[in-house]
Structures are given as structure tokens and as C-alpha cells.
Design a protein around this ligand. Structure first.
Ligand SMILES: Nc1ncnc2c1ncn2[C@@H]1O[C@H](COP(=O)(O)OP(=O)(O)OP(=O)(O)O)[C@@H](O)[C@H]1O
Length: 235
């Protein structure tokens, strides 16, 4: 269906104890959209992504996400919501004592996969999707940072998510590798997966333009290409 909304956030406020992070924000997202969530350190990007991933309970407002209403989410429903999403972190978060195949099969087994051949096949598919071959038996430390981030993206793709959340996924990578990772996200998005990529790096906006949600002063707002240009020239 065209213009199908996968996320509708209304009157959402997020706080940590008495510290308010964002107030009364509204935004929505359609199927297969690519959205940058841009904002300085501390502006609330991670808190918003954690709320979407149901890691932080939604205290104020409503978020309809992939068929669930987060303000009414039952704890038992959380794994089912998460199965429709993938998440990628700045620091990869691979299990350092297991090889790549074991890192990925761990997630599949935890989400109900039990057929060894199907598990092997799926792992090969997602690794190929992120451009990695013959890495199954390697340990995370035997891979470069960029390769480790590709593995973590492969892990996020295992259950064919509708929405991928990426929190500063290029923060630990040098610029050339960071560009390759953004290009990979764009390819994944072109395959139909919606993506929210949080970053404080404005340079991607110029090279890879897309919709921008700007996070500043407790607000999260859609901004136009012109506003993006103006913000990028601000000191
Ligand atoms: N668990 C927590 N307890 C208390 N305050 C928190 C917690 N997590 C974040 N904060 C505060 O909330 C505000 C928003 O933080 P958040 O991590 O969401 O911002 P961010 O835009 O993702 O920043 P960064 O780019 O540094 O990750 C900050 O002032 C931070 O100190």
C-alpha cells in the first residue's frame, strides 16, 4: 500500500527522572522511508530511539509503531515488536567471545529459528547483503571496524525488519568507511526497509540527501533542504 504509515508519534515527551529531553513532539514515518535524525550530543536522539525500541517506556504521548501502541505495550509484546525492527549501535555490540556465525545464530535461535540448515543459509544471505564473504569463522577482533559494523547490520537484518534504527552507526569509523556504511544503509532502504539513522554528522546530508528530523531544544522537527543548508552553515 502506498503512503502506509509505520510510525505515528503524537504529543510525545521523554524525560530521564526530572530531566526533560524532548517535549510534545509529533512526527510520522511511511513504509520504506529513509530519515536522518540529526542533533548535537545530548539533544535526545538516543533517548528517542530507545523509546521506539521499547527500551525506555513511553511515559507521555502516543506512538503507534508497526501495529503496536507503545503507551499500552505489554512487556510480553516487546519481543514481537522488536522482531519487526533491527537496531545498529555506534559500538557494534558484537559478542567478543564468539565467532561471526555464532553471533548471528545466537539472535536467530533466540527468535525461534531451530533448523540448522536454514540458520546457516540465512546467515550467508545477510552477510552477502552487507558485502561480507567467508567471515563466518572469524572472531570479531579479526575484522576491521567497518567490517564489524557490517556484521552488526547483518545481525539487524536477520529477521527481515520493517524498520531499522541506527544510532550514530558511523561514529567509530573513519570518514571513507563511514560513507560506505551510509551507502549500505541506502541500498538496504532501496530494498524496502525503512531506516532512522541518528547522527550528528551533517556531511552525510549533502552527499546523501534524505528527509531530516532535526533534534534541538527539546523539539524534533521536519526541516526542509533549505533549512538544512542554513543550519549547516551555522557555526
Ligand atoms: N539513563 C539516563 N539517565 C539520566 N539522564 C540521561 C540518561 N540517558 C540520557 N540522559 C540525558 O538525556 C539527554 C539526552 O541524551 P541522549 O543520549 O538521548 O542524547 P543524544 O542526542 O543521543 O546524544 P549523543 O549524541 O551524545 O548520544 C542528555 O542530557 C543526557 O545526559
Amino acid at each position: 500500500m502506498e503512503n502506509e504509515k509505520i510510525l505515528i508519534a503524537k504529543e510525545v515527551s521523554i524525560s530521564h527522572g526530572t530531566q526533560s529531553v524532548v517535549q510534545h513532539i509529533h512526527f510520522s514515518m511511511e513504509k520504506a522511508e529513509f530519515v536522518y535524525l540529526i542533533g548535537k550530543t545530548g539533544s535526545g536522539k538516543t533517548s528517542l530511539l530507545k523509546t521506539l525500541y521499547a527500551e525506555l517506556p513511553l511515559q507521555k504521548g502516543n506512538i503507534q509503531l508497526l501495529g503496536y501502541e507503545l503507551s499500552k505495550l505489554d512487556r510480553k509484546e516487546t519481543p514481537f515488536l522488536r522482531r519487526k525492527m533491527g537496531i545498529v549501535f555506534q559500538d557494534f555490540q558484537l559478542l567478543t567471545d564468539r565467532n561471526i556465525e555464532e553471533n548471528l545464530s545466537f539472535v536467530l535461535k533466540a527468535t525461534g529459528w531451530d533448523n540448522r540448515n536454514k540458520i546457516k543459509l540465512r546467515i550467508g544471505q545477510v552477510l552477502a547483503q552487507v558485502g561480507l564473504f567467508d567471515v563466518e569463522k572469524k572472531m570479531p577482533h579479526q575484522l576491521s571496524g567497518g567490517e564489524q559494523q557490517r556484521v552488526s547490520i547483518a545481525r539487524a537484518l536477520l529477521n527481515d525488519p520493517i524498520l531499522l534504527l541506527a544510532d550514530e552507526p558511523t561514529g567509530n569509523l573513519d570518514p571513507a568507511i563511514a560513507n560506505e556504511i551510509v551507502e549500505l544503509f541506502i541500498r538496504i532502504n532501496q530494498g524496502g526497509t525503512a531506516i532512522i539513522m541518528a547522527t550528528h554528522n551533517h556531511f552525510f546530508l549533502k552527499k546523501y540527501p534524505a528527509r531530516v528530523l532535526w533534534c534541538e531544544n527539546g523539539q524534533v522537527k521536519d526541516i526542509s533542504k533549505e533549512e538544512v543548508k542554513m543550519k549547516m552553515t551555522e557555526p
